[in-house]
Design a protein around this ligand. Structure first.
Ligand SMILES: [Fe+2]
Length: 172
């Protein structure tokens, strides 16, 4: 891979370690600590499932799981703002801003590899997410930030869960 690929992921790892420290600080402020509360292992499971599939890893980790963070973080910021916990608001605002970049690195290098292997990016993304990600993607999506990160609606809407009104399209 070009050197820019490594630069992007080293920057991402550096930011993730900062995010971890920010969240640890919030937990400690509340008299808790990392490991004190149950948490899911979705990210680690996805990493294991895609250990042998480079395009699969890029599809599921940045372009599905980290993109999901863009959908849910504004709501979490609202909860902490309402609760008056300004340190958590500040931590989540930093995380939110930097995660857009992580999703962008994912889509940039996914598209780069699809070009190299003459694969259709959208079709390949759908195939790999269906293979490695268990379950449908959950709307509502943060369409604005996903677009900022280079993730078009026709990538994620066809993978969205059925609603009582039926599956919605990107133009709805
Ligand atoms: Fe991230």
């Amino acid at each position: 891979m070009p050197i820019g690929f490594y630069d992007d992921w080293v920057k991402s790892a550096d930011e993730e370690s900062k995010h971890f420290r920010l969240v640890c600080g919030c937990l400690e402020e509340l008299g808790s600590h990392y490991g004190d509360l149950p948490a899911h292992a979705g990210m680690w499971r996805a990493a294991e499932d895609t250990a042998g599939d480079f395009l699969g890893r890029l599809s599921v980790v940045p372009m599905v799981l980290e993109a999901r963070g863009l959908d849910v973080t504004p709501g979490m910021i609202g909860v902490f703002r309402k609760a008056g916990m300004e340190s958590a608001v500040a931590a989540l605002e930093t995380i939110y801003a930097e995660e857009v970049g992580h999703v962008a690195y994912g889509s940039k290098w996914f598209n780069f590899l699809c070009g190299r292997h003459e694969l259709d990016p959208k079709e390949t993304f759908h195939e790999l997410v269906r293979k490695y990600f268990h379950g449908a993607l959950k709307p509502p999506f943060n369409e604005e930030k996903r677009a900022d990160a280079g993730l078009p609606p026709d990538f994620y809407w066809p993978l969205a869960e059925e609603t009582p009104q039926g599956k919605r399209g990107p133009d709805v």
